[in-house]
Design a protein around this ligand. Structure first.
Ligand code: ASP
Length: 582
């Protein structure tokens, strides 16, 4: 038996018992006649004491050789600690050691294994196994486990079955590039790693599985943005014989369950807004509704004067910043610079201070009088003391810019409290999205999403206006889940592929299996997938997903610990029938 107890377990009630502990040396304090060692394992820290008067001399000698992160085993008695440590649960006791075994020595770690470490991100990633010994990372992994256990419990109680789907498949179109895997046995042919199990979960519905879920890795070869991982985990779900309402009810239930069990937060029914409303009110399809600053569209009350910038704009839109009237000229100039950064891309910003005496002071006083400005305050719901920030230009661009400003200001004003949770559904997404680059429509969600039946007639005349039976679950400004009701008949699916520019032959070659399956009695079905990494990070009150993943990739998609991706040797290439032309 390596250990009788863990390092987080012993209390005053264990006094005088003989115990065996094993773990890592966190730190040693050698006072000559007494040596203290903090012994650490996953469960906590227990203080060991080697006392020249009570511990055998050779054991004390051995204790003097211990270095940080040595792996040791000790036998001893639980005794009362003279100076108690109220910061840790084991702080009332210590172990008077009688036997010490060094199980393994350790070289000096490249950073301190403490809650606050001196190791930078790169070093921590290279030695991730040491990083995992630190409480913040370890606790995040345990937290993730708790979330996934709750997910499995909840869905299983609701009769969902977890089914594994294959990783070596053919392309699934979720809008990114595939990672491909060459086949040794099929010369010149490749598998693709799934961007999601989309087609398989639909086939499970045709197979009668009815309620499916899977906590599953997905792979997308995208240009990496900060805090994106090329492999990530989804809670992937599908149900048969359901309408959109049924899907929303079940997964609102799951989310509410997680918030309750994990955070002890009770939520009212989740608000629902349409995609169109979200874009109009927040400039964003994943709005953070923990705070106001809703958009006020100002075209009507700004385009009647000689101010050309506004008159030429497709959209003039503003937000009221609480307390912003007190910003100095310099602070406002900085804000204007901020919106002009290339990442945001606004050409400028008009502002109005709503002074305490009820008057207004704007950057466009030359063109507008007090009555005009009072109208703007009304539309943006600005109060005295607020600052109205106004952007103008092409609708979609301006919305994105003002949304970025809204989020930035909320961050600065401390309005994004990570311990507050504001979930909502965004529904009625457009079915199709115009892509300037390829000059054609793409499926906004994916090609299996069903159009709203009442909008199908618009497909020919106004394809951009066709709404889909698609929905996103948004939490604190993040899309944490998205899904749709699917097409379940061959004719509509063929029509959809046609719109997306597939010839019938191409559609057959890529998705013939699905269209065939639909001919054998496919039930109406729909589902959703949650991004588990992000969900866990938000529930954990953090914005970055990396520390909730045991072995994440860096921003260049590299695993710096194992040094992947890497070249493979020529024999392996040959076997795979691959010739590199470098
Ligand atoms: N497969 C979709 C995705 O990965 C989710 C869904 O439609 O269920 O986003």
């Amino acid at each position: 038996m390596y250990r009788s107890h863990s390092c987080g377990e012993l209390r005053a009630s264990h006094m005088n018992t003989e115990v065996t502990l094993a773990g890592w040396v966190q730190k040693t304090r050698d006072k000559g006649f007494i040596i203290w060692v903090d012994l650490r394992d996953r469960y906590g820290i227990t203080q060991l004491i080697f006392d020249a008067e009570r511990t055998p001399a050779q054991v004390v000698e051995k204790a003097k050789t211990l270095g940080r992160e040595f792996v040791i085993q000790v036998k001893g008695h639980v005794i009362e600690r003279e100076s108690k440590n109220t910061n840790i649960p084991t702080g009332d006791i210590e172990i008077l050691v009688t036997e010490l075994t060094i199980l393994n020595e350790a070289i000096v770690p490249p950073f301190t294994i403490e809650n606050e470490t001196d190791g930078g991100e790169d070093l921590r990633m290279k030695y991730r196994y040491l990083d995992i010994r630190r409480n913040p990372v370890k606790n995040n992994l345990i937290f993730r486990h708790q979330v996934t256990m709750q997910v499995r419990q909840y869905l299983s109680d609701k009769n969902f079955i977890e089914v594994e789907t294959p990783y070596l498949i053919k392309s699934t179109p979720e809008g990114a590039r595939d990672f491909v895997v060459p086949s040794r046995m099929n010369e010149g042919q490749f598998y693709a790693l799934p961007q999601s199990p989309q087609t398989f979960k639909q086939l499970l519905m045709v197979g009668g599985m009815d309620k499916y879920f899977q906590i599953v890795k997905c792979f997308r070869d995208e240009d990496l943005r900060a805090d994106r991982q090329p492999e990530f985990t989804q809670i992937d779900c599908e149900m048969a014989f359901v309408t959109q309402e049924d899907v929303l009810t079940v997964f609102e239930g799951l989310t509410r369950h997680l918030l309750k069990e994990i955070k002890n937060v009770d939520c009212d029914e989740f608000p629902r807004i349409t995609y169109a409303e979200a874009m109009q009110t927040y400039g964003n399809d994943k709005p953070d509704i923990r705070f106001g600053m809703k958009f006020g569209e100002l075209n009507k009350v700004t385009q009647h004067k000689d101010f050309k910038v506004f008159n030429d704009a497709e959209l003039v839109v503003g937000i009221a910043v609480p307390g912003g009237a007190s910003y100095t000229r310099k602070e406002i100039d900085k804000l204007i610079e901020w919106v002009k950064r290339p990442q945001v891309g606004a050409l400028g910003m008009v502002y109005v201070k709503c002074n305490d005496d009820g008057s207004y002071k704007s950057s466009v006083d030359k063109f507008y009088n007090q009555e005009d400005l009072a109208q703007w305050a009304k539309v943006t719901k600005a109060q005295t003391g607020d600052l109205i920030c106004i952007l103008s230009g092409q609708k979609n661009k301006v919305r994105a810019q003002l949304s970025a400003l809204r989020m930035e200001l909320a961050d600065r004003l401390g309005l994004r409290n990570p311990e507050e949770f504001a979930p909502l559904w965004v529904v009625d997404f457009p079915l199709l999205e115009w892509d300037d680059e390829t000059e054609r429509y793409h499926a906004m969600h994916h090609p299996f999403t069903s159009p709203k039946p009442e909008d199908i007639t618009l497909l020919n005349s106004k394809p951009g206006e066709v709404r889909a039976n698609a929905y996103d679950l948004v939490l604190n400004g993040n899309e944490i889940g998205g899904g749709s009701i699917r097409i379940h008949d061959t004719a509509t699916q063929a029509l959809m592929f046609d719109y997306l520019g597939f010839t019938p032959d191409e559609a057959k070659a890529q998705f013939g299996f699905l269209m065939d399956a639909f001919q054998y009695g496919a039930p109406p079905h729909g589902g959703i997938a949650f991004g588990l990494d992000r969900l866990v990070a938000i529930l954990g009150g953090q914005e970055t997903i990396r520390d909730f993943i045991a072995f994440p990739k860096n921003n260049n998609g590299r695993d710096v610990m194992i040094d992947a991706p890497a070249a493979i040797d020529n024999d392996q290439l040959k076997e795979l029938h691959i010739q590199l032309d470098l």
